[in-house]
Design a protein around this ligand. Sequence first.
Ligand code: SIN
Length: 302
Amino acid sequence: MPNALLETRTAVRPFAGIIGAEVDCGIVQQLDDATFAELHRACLDHLVVLIRGQSLSIPDLLAFGRRFGELSPAAPVHKGQKPREYPELAVISNVVENGVAIGGLGDGEAVWHSDSCFNDIPPSFSILHSLEIPPAGGDTGFSNMYAALETLPPELLRAVRGKTIKHDLRYTSGGQLRPGYTGQEDIRTTPGPRHPVIRRHPDTGCDALYLGRRPYAVITEVSAGESEALLDALWAHAAGPTLSWHHQWRVGDILIWDNRCVMHRRDAFDPASRRIMHRTQCMGTLPIEGDGETAARHPRSH
Ligand code: SIN
């Protein structure tokens, strides 16, 4: 029913399936607190939120990100990179100017992952804004990890309850070895945190599967062989098509996703075309363990 409040509040349109919603909230630089609270609620309720038709400068994007929480510094793109004017901005791009890549992740496929799982305190929300997109390819997919846990076969749930994954800091999300490592080190002793495989979301109170990324990971409580078998089974389940939604970008889109309960991936695209995105991330909290049994079920997990 129309009323005066609708002019300043959001319209939330959930996507078919089990993840994602488009939110109309007006110009994000101008959100009042009540409207922002609705947008934030939509992010918790739908895991990934799309806002179309925005045009944010870098300071605008960082200011918008700060409304979700303190921002984390972005990882350097190049070895020896000079300090940047905006340390909390990551440029995601394949564009090379004067022989130097302006951003990270290039034009290849980015396999399923949760952002910066190799940090002790991984980010909560990631916010990605599209400035230039290729004519084809470069879609980004998102997968619901509440639902992945909810639909896990009982024997697999029993096998992972109480287990942790060691997330290996040696490798970047793009698969590059960080300086100072050879790749031959024993993953069980390399730097990087151990996070619970079943993670309780601090805001929703619901449990989700928290896998991070398939390479550079090991379940520490079992043998190397058992860890591989368990991770293979978990990933075959969690990366299945029924849990995910893929986004075809338009210039001006903003996607906000919650790394505590979502994994994402990106399709490759033609290296001759240009793709430029700006991303910022909010500081999360130390992952806490869930048991996949006693927590509330997330409404979009079934
Ligand atoms: C990312 O993995 O954070 C970037 C995703 C994308 O480039 O679409």
